[in-house]
Design a protein. Structure first.
Length: 180
């Protein structure tokens, strides 16, 4: 008799673990659980031979997906259990930290930097740091947080721009006050 898992959602579901393991798109389920914030399902899938380092067609990991969907519980779980995921870049050079910076997700960046502070000034394929991305998006609270963590505001991206230059270009006065 195969093992089953009972999941409580809007409706009760029984999952045949053996059938799930054999599914062609088994890792798609891992991505969906990660994006949906379903920690219980994610743990189940990982424990049943899920490949947490498998990438999607953009080179993103399940941690990228969790960040993109602001799934704090999933980000916390993955960052604690699999800290190597924090450094992995997608094809655009974004780490999960870069994705969180674009979204202005301070709490998620806090979770990730608690595990790996070396990511503070990591650069994507265009030379942008989290501070560049937060500035481009006008996330002043995140800019303030990153500056408070001693993010290097003098790093220039591939276009020769520092975060300050981006703030000037976009006329983000609040960002200018923080970065100056």
């Amino acid at each position: 008799m195969s093992e089953t898992l009972f999941l409580e959602e809007e409706h009760a579901h029984f999952v045949d673990c053996e059938k799930v393991r054999k599914m062609e798109n088994f890792n798609l389920l891992i991505y969906l659980a990660s994006a949906d914030g379903n920690l219980r399902m994610l743990k189940f899938l990982i424990e049943n031979d899920g490949d947490i380092f498998k990438r999607d067609n953009l080179g993103q990991t399940i941690l990228h997906w969790a960040v993109e969907n602001d799934s704090e519980s999933i980000v916390d779980y993955l960052a604690n259990k699999y800290p190597n995921l924090i450094k992995l870049k997608c094809y655009y050079g974004y780490t999960p930290c870069h994705k969180a910076a674009k979204r202005g997700s301070i709490k998620i960046i806090q979770l990730l930097l608690e595990k790996d502070l070396s990511m503070l000034d990591s650069q994507d394929n265009d030379g942008n740091t989290m501070l560049h991305l937060a500035t481009k998006s006008g996330h002043t609270q995140l800019i303030k947080y990153l500056v408070g963590k001693n993010a290097n505001s003098d790093i220039k991206n591939e276009k020769g721009k520092r975060p300050f230059d981006i703030a000037v270009q976009n006329k983000y006065k609040d960002a200018l006050n923080i970065l100056y």
